[in-house]
Design a protein around this ligand. Structure first.
Ligand SMILES: Cc1cc2nc3c(=O)[nH]c(=O)nc-3n(C[C@H](O)[C@H](O)[C@H](O)COP(=O)(O)OP(=O)(O)OC[C@H]3O[C@@H](n4cnc5c(N)ncnc54)[C@H](O)[C@@H]3O)c2cc1C
Length: 385
């Protein structure tokens, strides 16, 4: 098989399919595109959550939304009203179905499953050439969303590792109207750990145990903590496990992103390991949607694909400072998060997390945080990721 396409997308996950959906909106004017995905089929392997109003991409399709979330530490609880921009959950299944449907309607765009590309491309006569198990492919431009495997430990300031189970209980144990965003475990000098609960009903929830640390954790390493987080919530109730999800997200890859980009503008790297994840939170879904819309627009105007934009200077600086403080003193993190959610108007924190923060929001947050650890970090020798 020899394929010649205008655009080759490597990896049909969130970033690859988001761009494909943007391009598919152009119907017959969409570029001749091939998406190569290594999976045999899509599974409901994750949930994507984000804060957003009705106009936010995928807000209308979200399977669940909550108007309140809480942050808990050492018996203190802070409830936050987020009804203006509810916390919404999209299932991977909904997302993959939407992408398949969009692509079916556009014959010049093809998604090929079970197609793993590990070869290095050759650039000849203005085109990228790949050898794949299904034959040679040449493309005028390439959007590469393949994650780095394995992620180098020092490739990020910190890593967010999590392991979760969606469970159905025999009795009502969850509060369906309120997300448990962060319920901190006892602080240690090695890791920040908390439980995250998305209550889907009084009897069903996704319960996740999450760790921020300088090295990634496997799901095996998180399994015992997850078990005890579930036991604390369900108490004596019987429960059935419906599915699991796990992940390791880089926090603070900013410098690596620059080194990842190819010198040739016809080849761009995007996705989780190329700047999609917000450094301080690991949230990436809405950033990917914004990038996909911008990239689709650039290509519709006859331009080349684009990579993720650099972090705006102030936000990037604040995220890096915050991460460095947490990295240096993980045991402080629960207090820092509690201070943020207690001392700053909730809409300001949500705007900051949702990336629509303005200068006044940043200042309010800086003011609410205990100053000493940040000053100490500012006057210490800077560490680059
Ligand atoms: C379980 C989980 C839950 C998450 N929840 C949230 C959330 O609630 N909110 C949020 O904002 N972010 C969340 N994230 C972070 C982020 O949004 C996701 O990781 C998102 O899927 C990243 O998109 P991506 O395209 O970079 O990676 P992926 O979606 O993983 O896509 C990469 C694709 O490339 C394919 N691939 C890999 N290697 C090859 C190869 N050699 N050849 C061909 N194909 C290949 C993979 O099979 C995969 O389909 C979550 C991440 C995980 C793992």
């Amino acid at each position: 098989m020899q394929h010649d396409v205008e655009l080759l997308i490597l990896g049909g996950g969130c970033a690859g399919l988001s761009l494909a959906m943007q391009l598919a909106q152009r119907g017959q004017c969409a570029p001749r595109t091939l998406i190569l995905e290594q999976r045999v089929c899509y599974e409901n392997d994750r949930t994507w959550c984000f804060w957003g109003d009705a106009k936010t991409p995928f807000a209308q399709q979200a399977a669940h939304q909550w108007r309140t979330f809480k942050v808990v530490n050492a018996g203190q609880e802070r409830r936050v009203d987020c009804s203006e921009t509810p916390y919404r959950m999209l299932t991977a299944e909904q997302f993959y179905n939407a992408a398949s449907l969009a692509l079916t309607a556009v014959p010049q765009m093809k998604l090929k499953m079970q197609s793993t590309v590990n070869s290095e491309p050759q650039f000849r006569q203005g085109r990228w050439h790949f050898e794949t198990p299904d034959g040679a492919i040449s493309a005028a431009s390439v959007v590469d969303t393949r994650p780095q495997r394995p992620p180098a430990q020092d490739g990020a300031l910190m890593w967010q590792s999590f392991y979760g189970l969606e469970i159905e209980c025999a009795q009502s144990v969850f509060e369906p109207s309120c997300v448990e965003l962060m319920n901190f475990s006892a602080a240690t000098s090695e890791r920040v750990a908390f439980t995250y609960v998305l209550p889907l009903s009084a009897t069903r929830a996704l319960v996740e145990f999450t760790v921020f640390a300088v090295a990634p954790f496997t799901s095996d390493a998180l399994a015992l903590d997850l078990q005890s987080a579930i036991a604390q919530r369900v108490k004596e109730a019987n429960f059935t496990v419906l599915r699991s999800e796990q992940g390791v997200l880089p926090m603070g890859l900013a410098d690596l992103q620059a080194t990842l980009q190819s010198a040739d503008p016809t080849y761009v790297r995007v996705g989780l390991f190329a700047g999609a994840a917000r450094p301080a939170t690991g949230y990436a879904f809405q950033r990917i949607q914004r990038w996909a819309a911008d990239c689709g627009r650039a290509m519709a105007n006859g331009g080349l694909p684009i990579s993720h934009p650099n972090e705006p200077a102030l936000r990037g600086w604040m995220d890096t400072l915050f991460l460095n403080v947490v990295r240096r003193q993980p045991e402080l993190a629960p207090q820092l998060f509690m201070a943020l959610f207690s001392g700053v108007a909730s809409q300001r924190v949500i705007r900051f997390l949702g990336e629509s923060g303005v200068l006044a929001d940043y200042l309010a947050m800086a003011w609410a945080l205990p100053h000493r650890p940040f000053l100490r970090q500012l006057f210490s020798f800077p560490r680059s990721p």
